[in-house]
Design a protein around this ligand. Structure first.
Ligand code: AHR
Length: 499
């Protein structure tokens, strides 16, 4: 089989925002405790931060990290997590049936974020709390001093304000599972009031209104429309969340998950633009895709039902396969292709909980299969996203119907002149991809790396065998009279670089 692709610098989608390479640290399972924070770990620094996880976070190329939830935030009192650790209360976390010790809180997170070199993205509790508590938290974080909460921060050792720019107005409040679940009108009103008060404290913040928990929610699209009717003028982003579940073993469908993400983004953008048209706004909102990943979801209920209230239980520590890595690579291609309308994206989560980084308490940390497409995309997708329209074979899937077998995106770095093509073959046979580069004269092939799930689809990385699934170099692509050809193995993710 063969597919064709033309790359032309005239067809620009938009610049690559670094914020597309975000991640997520929630007080859930062992993401915080035993993940980023473990004072007794041999690599821990004087603040209890695991240095091995910090190193892997930097290697992953993460830019923004959302915190502290997730469902957790909808019952969270942020004040519990600041001040002397010995005085912090132990609480019931209803979201994950867990005892929260509050040993780690905002100040520890900010210390971790600085050490990891990432931008914090904070979520406020709009489940059980409201305008006042969100304002108190913003005052603590961003107000310079001379007031109750800003001086409290200074007494806790942070003289300078944290200057947190990105704030989520709650989490998944459309979901019946959410503590403090609301109707779209209830949430929209509360989000608008909270947003307008927060902007009085710090007009430089960017605010994210909650969109739907996933595209399959019965209220999807109606929720976004109603919420934005209340909030449009106050917010900068509308969120989207999605997880793709490989549990049923339908490989062609899971490999084509990006088809669903692509449609989801287009529908959220259309809904936001509808409200803009109706309310006569010139300003267009961006999407914050602040939770996305592969997740073997049926394991969670069993995890929760099986036990009582405990601290930091192992929750949804999914082990990802080579196939899952190809899916993650394709989801990143999709996010890049919407660079003009997706401004923030966070893979959920960073450590242990459906995460690219796994750890053992007191033991090693390692890279899961999905670590690799993320790290390479974050590293090489720099510059401007170019529109590419692959022409080639298609195949049928149970969940997404007929899908194009090849999915691509190209990113042109005007500063270096380099070009990178990210390509996934979602089909079951190898495909030759002919790339027309005549629009970018003078390029030569630099490198072709691939994660190939065709031969060993279920291969995984483990603590004992951490490098079983890694990208492998393929034959260096040649360029002849502006034309190049590469082989995309069946079920593979590919990074093809030219310089
Ligand atoms: O990332 C795990 C959970 O998935 C988050 O807490 C929640 O927002 C989503 O449903």
């Amino acid at each position: 089989d063969a597919a064709q692709l033309s790359v032309d610098p005239a067809f620009r989608i938009g610049p690559v925002s670094r914020r597309l390479f975000g991640s997520f640290v929630e007080h859930m399972g062992r993401c915080v405790y035993g993940g980023v924070y473990e004072p007794a770990h041999p690599t821990a620094d004087e603040h209890g931060l695991r240095r091995d996880v910090l190193d892997l976070t930097r290697e992953l190329g993460v830019s923004v990290v959302r915190y502290p939830g997730g469902n957790f935030v909808s019952g969270y009192r942020w004040e519990d997590g600041v001040g002397p650790v010995a005085d912090r209360p132990r609480r019931l976390d209803l979201a994950w049936k867990t005892i929260e010790t509050n040993a780690f809180g905002l100040d520890e997170f900010m210390r971790w974020a600085r050490a990891a070199g990432v931008e914090p993205m904070m979520a406020v509790n709009l489940g059980t709390r409201g305008v006042q508590e969100a304002c108190d938290l913003l005052e603590y974080a961003n107000h310079p001093g001379g007031t109750h909460f800003s001086d409290l921060r200074r007494r806790h050792g942070a003289e300078e304000p944290y200057g947190i720019r990105l704030w989520c107005l709650g989490n998944e409040l459309d979901g019946p599972w959410q503590v403090g679940h609301k109707t779209a009108d209830e949430y929209g009103r509360l989000a608008a009031e909270t947003a307008s008060a927060m902007k009085m404290i710090d007009p430089s913040v960017s605010l994210v209104a909650c969109g739907s928990s996933n595209r399959g929610m019965p209220t999807f699209a109606a929720w976004e429309a109603t919420v934005l009717e209340h909030t449009y003028e106050h917010v900068d982003y509308i969120s989207a969340h999605t997880y793709y579940d490989p549990s049923d073993g339908d490989r062609p469908s899971i490999l084509a998950s990006a088809v669903d993400m692509d449609a989801f983004i287009r529908e959220v953008v259309a809904t936001a633009d509808h409200v803009a048209a109706k309310q006569r706004h010139k300003r267009r909102l961006m999407v914050s895709f602040d939770e996305w990943n592969v997740w073997y979801q049926q394991r969670l209920r069993a995890d929760l039902d099986r036990r009582g209230w405990v601290e930091a239980p192992a929750l949804i520590e999914d082990t990802f396969t080579a196939t899952d890595a190809v899916v993650v690579g394709d989801l990143l291609i999709t996010l890049l292709r919407h660079a003009d309308r997706v401004g923030v994206a966070c893979q959920a989560q960073l450590a242990n909980v459906i995460a690219p980084i796994r750890t053992i308490d007191g033991g090693p940390a390692w890279r899961q299969s999905i670590f690799h497409p993320f790290a390479l995309t974050a590293r090489y997708a720099r510059g401007t996203v170019l529109r590419t329209e692959p022409i080639g074979p298609s195949h049928d899937t149970a969940r997404h119907g007929e899908v194009s077998s090849v999915d691509t995106v190209a990113v042109h770095d005007e500063e270096t002149g380099g070009l990178v093509v990210f390509a996934v073959n979602r089909g079951g046979t190898d495909i030759r991809l002919d790339i027309d580069l005549r629009g970018l004269p003078g390029l030569a092939g630099a490198e072709h790396l691939a994660i190939d799930a065709g031969t060993e689809p279920d291969a995984v990385n483990t603590a004992d065998d951490p490098d079983r699934v890694v990208p492998h170099p393929r034959e260096r692509p040649s360029v002849d009279a502006g034309r190049s050809a590469v082989r995309l193995a069946s079920a593979s993710w590919n990074l093809i670089r030219y310089h």
